[in-house]
Design a protein around this ligand. Structure first.
Ligand code: SAM
Length: 284
């Protein structure tokens, strides 16, 4: 086995192992008021702006437990959910049954090699997760190449990235004290080498983090036309707990605030404070 192939195998095992122990948490994440609810609301609002007509085919690769697939299928899209993790696919199966939503396909698939799908076969593609699990640049390039290959011309890809500029902010966040003087080397590796790993198993699988300015060139190299780069937390990443309380206490005002957060999410001065970045690109 070549070194690249063995690295790829390791990466697959790492991802599967991580989601084996955190599958249920991954399903709950996008509803959790301080972990993913804001990201889910902002991503859905931006994805919606570029969705094709109802009935079109959408691939959700790295779709995990299926939150986005279920949301899309419920609107009448023909959704294929692909993921590396058998444990997350099992949850997706259970949740689609529970919610009486039908997916076109639910398959084990690796974003690096989508050869099970033909060229130009999807009207839109979501890839919300695989990029930051890949530590090798050649693998990330392979994903961008596969996304554009399976998309029809004029179709959009929605791709998530983790923001490298979060490292120092997270390091001093005393609400989640992962980082102490004893784990200073980890912060430095995150900050300087763009690799985020953790001293304790189960927090997150080792991840690649990227400076926002480097996202469009990565995708454009494979032929995408950049349409938008969005902060999935808009400018409110650090105040999500307050935002959740505000939503409970002032639901009418919250609706207005959320609409404004959505509209501000692609402001170039705000993208740097994103936790997650949502790239939107078109296949010419
Ligand atoms: C943080 S989760 C996000 C799940 C879902 N997209 C969401 O936003 O709720 C990342 C997902 O990417 C999947 N994944 C990671 N690397 C992958 C790869 N190379 N191919 C396919 N799926 C992958 C994981 O198994 C996991 O389901």
């Amino acid at each position: 086995m070549t070194e690249a192939a063995s690295e790829r195998e390791k990466s697959i095992r790492r991802v599967r192992r991580f989601y084996e122990i955190s599958a249920q948490r991954e399903w709950e994440r996008l509803e959790h008021p301080t972990q993913g609810a804001l990201e889910f609301a902002i991503n859905k609002a931006w994805i919606k702006k570029f969705l094709p007509g109802s009935g079109s085919r959408i691939l959700d690769i790295g779709g995990g437990p299926g939150r986005y697939s279920i949301w899309l299928a419920a609107q009448g899209y023909c959704v294929t959910l692909g993921d590396l993790s058998p444990d997350l696919l099992a949850i997706a199966r259970e949740k689609t049954d529970e919610q009486e939503v039908e997916l076109e396909q639910l398959v084990e698939a690796n974003a690096v090699d989508l050869s099970i799908f033909t060229d130009n076969s999807f009207d839109a593609v979501l890839c919300l997760g695989p990029m930051y699990h890949l530590l090798e640049e050649s693998d990330r390039q392979a994903v961008a190449g596969e996304l554009i290959r399976v998309l029809k011309p004029g179709g959009h890809a929605f791709v998530a990235f983790l923001n490298h500029l979060q490292a120092l902010r997270a390091a001093v966040n005393q609400d989640i004290p992962f980082f102490t003087p004893y784990t200073f080397d980890i912060v430095k590796r995150w900050h300087y080498d763009h690799v985020m790993d953790f001293p304790v198993a189960g927090i997150f699988s080792p991840a690649w983090v990227v400076h926002p300015r480097d996202v469009p060139p990565l995708m454009e190299r494979r032929g995408f036309r950049t349409v938008e780069l969005v902060s999935s937390q808009s400018l409110a990443g650090d105040v999500q707990a307050h935002l959740a309380l505000f939503a409970e206490r002032q639901p009418e005002l919250y609706k207005w605030v959320l609409d404004e957060l959505v509209e501000l999410a692609n402001d170039p001065t705000i993208i740097g404070s994103a936790w997650h970045l949502l790239y939107i690109g078109e296949k010419p």
